[in-house]
Ligand binder design. Structure first.
Ligand code: NAX
Ligand code: ADP
Ligand code: K
Length: 518
């Protein structure tokens, strides 16, 4: 695997411009910067537009048999791409009609020239024009979305969504804010979206990801030099970002060298800590110990085999459990409960200064005094909240964000980044579009998790995965990214019907895929 670390983004100091990671996500504004820089780097806007429209036509022809393609063009360069795609499809023998939303005379620059190169008629775009379409190409608005669609544009979007024909969106489905994944108003629901050069955060974040349908990112010959000065908004999670640091077992290793994870469990919901223990062991820790309240010892010891189980003293004090410094990664939260001693246990673990995962109740127990937790965190900590737990520590998410101005950073990226900075720790803000943020601003969006993960206990498994990788020596941010990716892949391989207890057993298969990617 090629590129290194998300923060590095391999930018050479001299010689040819380094290549921006293919996993970099650029905001629409950043893409605009690249567009404007391209001519000076030797590639004209017209050439990019021709390549973009050609890529759309190619993607359509690969996916659909010839059918009447109705192309809806807007007033900017997205519309220009639509004119090119229309010409290319017609040249390939497809029946094509072009409908313009806006005045022909208002088209400018490359878009105006692309319209001129379209030899056929240009009709007015209106809802009734969609009758008879076998395929709708949405070239109304792309990166230029500047406000919520309203009036006749909104009516047109509604008509596209009501039509039976499939929809191919150019760059982004019209109405989707590529920076954030939000739809400030109405948005087209596409079956296929063809974007260019690099993806945008809004292609991965919800609800945007769902509106895109299948996503293709086409190479349109954007010169590396035009991308050179851009620091990506975020990265899509991929092994390229962290595989070089993955702690594979070594032939000269022994179990202690692979690390010893200590999991602190509670008195009820005993399965949660067991799931975490099994995941930590499966993903790579050499040893795992579950420290449990005395009342639960017999049950836990009876239910676990390779995982060691030891009883804590009745007051829950952790000094004995922490006495062995080889216990180099700590996990608390799954099945912990919210008894008064839970908060103290969390703070005691943090005082140990070792790599540490805080999940579930270890977070919720601080709902009434979040600063007590946040001030105690350190750079080796990983927090794995779902939205509810996150809100308890960092405050509620501001509405659904529907009225937010397009182009502003996504709420989920911003919130995860701010939380990581506030806590000085890695934050994994879970969900179908899990965001992993580091205190230094690095941010990764995960998109491989299937919805079957929405089942009780899957978060406990994830927390165990992170702890296992920390024990095996992976740095916190990379361990979090790797755990989230492997967790998603393991679930995907299991398919429908998965239970959380299936996930640890599916990790070897996911690890084999990762090993095969080298
Ligand atoms: N980045 C790239 O690599 C390339 C981008 N190209 C295309 O260029 C597009 C961006 O072009 P533009 O910047 O011209 O942007 P758009 O074509 O998305 O739209 C800009 C126009 O829409 C208007 N507008 C925005 N929101 C509106 C709303 N809610 N209601 C009514 N009007 C609204 C704006 O005032 C402006 O006139 C990309 O999406 C892509 O399709 C390609 O042509 C070539 C290469
Ligand atoms: N719709 C979904 N699509 C993909 N992944 C999901 C979805 N819903 C939840 N997940 C993932 O499943 C896990 C659930 O964790 P959590 O909410 O803590 O559950 P629990 O407390 O039951 O273990 C997280 O990793 C989350 O990202
Ligand atoms: K579009």
């Amino acid at each position: 695997m090629s590129t290194g670390h998300p923060s590095v983004d391999a930018r050479a100091g001299h010689g040819a411009p380094a290549r921006l990671s293919p996993h970099a996500l650029l905001s629409p504004a950043q893409m605009g910067v690249a567009d404007r820089a391209a001519p000076a780097a030797g590639v004209s806007g017209a050439r990019l537009m021709e390549a973009a429209g050609a890529a759309v036509a190619r993607a359509i022809r690969e996916r659909w048999a010839p059918t009447p393609a109705w192309v809806l063009c807007g007033p900017g360069n997205n519309g220009g791409d639509g004119f090119v795609a229309a010409r290319r499809l017609r040249d390939a023998g497809w029946p094509v009609r072009v409908f313009l939303w806006g005045e022909r005379g208002a088209l400018r620059g490359d878009a105006a020239r692309a319209a001129e190169a379209w030899a056929g008629p240009v009709e007015a775009a209106m809802p009734a024009c969609l009758d008879g379409a076998g395929l709708i190409v949405d070239a109304l608005l792309g990166a230029g979305l500047s406000r919520a669609p309203a009036g006749d544009l909104r009516t047109l979007i509604d008509a596209v969504n009501a039509a039976v024909a499939p929809v191919c969106a150019i760059d982004v489905p019209t109405g989707l804010d590529g920076a954030s994944g939000r739809c400030p108003g109405a948005a087209v629901r596409a079956d296929l979206t063809v974007t260019f050069c690099r993806r945008k955060p809004g292609h991965l974040l919800l609800p945007g990801r769902a509106l895109c349908g299948a996503l293709i990112c086409a190479d349109i010959g954007m010169p590396d030099a035009a991308l050179g000065a851009i620091v990506p908004a975020a990265h899509a999670n991929h092994p390229d970002l962290w595989a070089a640091l993955f702690p594979w077992p070594r032939s000269d290793g022994h179990k202690y060298r692979r690390g010893h994870a200590l999991v602190v469990g509670g008195e009820r919901m005993l399965g949660a800590s067991r799931l975490a223990c099994l995941a930590a062991a499966r993903i790579g820790a050499g040893l795992v110990t579950l420290a449990t309240p005395p009342a639960a010892w017999a049950i836990q010891a009876g239910a676990l085999t390779s995982v060691m189980v030891e009883a804590l003293p009745p007051d829950g004090a952790l000094d004995q459990a922490l006495a062995d410094p080889r216990r180099n990664a700590l996990l608390i939260g799954p099945g912990l409960g919210r008894a008064p001693q839970a908060g103290r246990q969390v703070l005691d673990l943090l005082t140990a200064g070792r790599p540490c995962v805080l999940d579930a109740d270890a977070l919720s127990v601080f709902a009434a005094r979040p600063a007590a937790l946040l001030d105690a965190l350190h750079g080796l900590c990983v927090l794995t909240p779902h939205e509810g737990e996150f809100a308890r520590l960092f405050g509620p998410a501001p509405g659904a964000g529907d009225d937010a101005t397009p182009g502003t950073e996504d709420d989920k990226l911003r919130r995860a980044r701010a939380a990581a900075r506030r806590g000085g720790a890695v934050v994994v803000l879970k969900g179908a579009d899990t965001v992993i943020a580091a205190p230094d601003g690095r941010c990764v969006i995960n998109d491989n998790a299937p919805p079957t993960l929405a089942t009780a206990g899957s978060g406990d498994v994830l927390a165990g995965c992170v702890a296992g990788l920390l024990a095996a020596g992976m740095p916190a941010f990379e361990a979090a990214c790797a755990a989230v990716w492997l967790h998603g892949l393991a679930a995907d391989r299991l398919g429908p019907g998965l239970l959380a207890e299936d996930l640890p057993g599916a990790l070897p298969g996911a690890l084999a895929v990762l090993a095969g990617m080298d």
